[in-house]
Design a protein around this ligand. Structure first.
Ligand code: PEP
Ligand code: MN
Length: 358
């Protein structure tokens, strides 16, 4: 449930509410980004729910107490109707502008990273990507430059003024990745690595959580809930395709996730058509479709010489292809930004099929 305090509620009144929640064996959690003090009640409320709700309702300074029907509490729209806007120095994600994250799959060297960063910055990117710790299917494939790669990413970000994003694969890497990068990325293979989710949630940096290739929307949001409940409210969700029977594409891009997530959660939604399709020529049309569907941004892989890339060359764009795609995306975004306004209102009170019945 969530407790909404009145506009003029005092800090003492809010504290009394938190104390009552704690004395019931539950955890009070302040919701950020809202106009008033909103306190979420986390934990298994069980049979004491009605009693606790009426007790909270009677407390001074309390405006309303509402149950949250979804199992994901802090990430649900019910608990936080306003969109979460992730603020990075100079850039915002989820505020209605189009975020374009671009860069190489793997950081391969300093010169290559700076060259790519400059090309994508000139071509319209707003965030610079690059992998230093690479989750590779084969143990014999290039595993990334590690900390050396993080330094190149950091320098390329500084040289271009672009905020940076890179993947962190395990809890022991969180500190060093957070030191070098503006956003921490959790990859598809780690979406349900709960110790990693908790660790990134405590690192003090925004996190982009990619969808597990076998995860339902609800499992994905529960994973995001781990990060937010560990202390990090700025989580970006990235749809990057799911595993289906189709083998022609690397994954199957689930674009319904975009309006569905806007309905269910206040978190920004980004789409990665590179890993979703695995094919360079499919990246542009799927990026266009993602923007048309209302995505807050896209993430794509770009390489100076895709055919020589150490990883994912077949899905990486050339500089010219990136620039051409980015200008098409900006036009589509201008066209559709007012049309995609409010999926929440359109769906109304009807429960979305296949999502929690809790
Ligand atoms: C990546 O973005 O570098 C990556 C490995 O993506 P995913 O986790 O979606 O496969
Ligand atoms: Mn890749």
């Amino acid at each position: 449930m969530i407790v909404v305090m009145s506009v003029g509620a005092t800090e003492q009144e809010a504290k009394d509410v938190r104390d009552l929640i704690a004395s019931a064996g539950l955890t009070p959690h302040d919701n950020y980004g809202t106009q008033r003090v909103v306190i979420a009640v986390l934990g298994d409320v069980g049979p004491q729910r009605d009693h606790l709700m009426s007790k909270l309702n009677l407390m001074p300074g309390v405006d309303s107490v509402t149950p949250i029907s979804r199992p994901f509490k802090l990430t649900s729209r019910e608990s936080h109707p306003e969109d979460t806007i992730v603020e990075l120095h100079g850039t915002r994600i989820g505020n209605g502008t189009l975020t374009i994250m671009a860069g190489p799959c793997s950081i391969e060297g300093r010169a290559m990273m700076i060259e790519t960063a400059q090309a994508v910055a000139n071509g319209g990117a707003t965030i610079l990507r690059g992998g230093a710790f690479k989750p590779r299917t084969s143990p014999y494939a290039f595993q990334g430059l590690g900390i050396e790669g993080l330094e190149y990413l950091h320098d390329a970000g500084k040289a271009t003024g672009l905020p940076t994003i890179t993947e962190v694969m395990e809890p022991s890497q969180v500190e060093v990745v957070a030191k070098h990068s503006d956003i921490l990325q959790v990859g598809t293979r780690n979406m349900q690595n709960y110790s990693l989710l908790t660790a990134v949630g405590k690192a003090g940096k925004p996190v982009m959580l990619k969808r597990g290739f076998g995860a339902t929307i609800e499992e994905w949001l529960m994973a995001a809930e781990y990060i937010v409940s560990s202390g990090q409210p700025n989580v970006i969700l990235c749809e990057r395709g799911i595993r289906t029977f189709e083998t022609y594409t690397r994954n199957t891009l689930d674009l319904t996730a975009v309006p569905l997530l806007h309905h269910l959660t206040h978190l920004p939604v980004v789409v990665d058509p590179s890993h979703a399709t695995g094919k360079r020529w499919l990246v542009r049309p799927m990026a266009m479709a993602a923007v048309a569907a209302g995505a807050d941004g896209i993430m794509v892989e770009v390489h100076p010489k895709p055919d020589e890339a150490k990883s994912d060359g077949e899905q990486s764009l050339t500089f010219a292809q990136f620039e051409d795609m980015a200008s098409a995306l900006k036009k589509i975004h201008e066209e559709v930004k007012t049309l995609n306004k409010d999926p929440f209102a359109m769906a109304g009170p009807v429960r979305v099929d296949g999502v929690s019945k809790h």
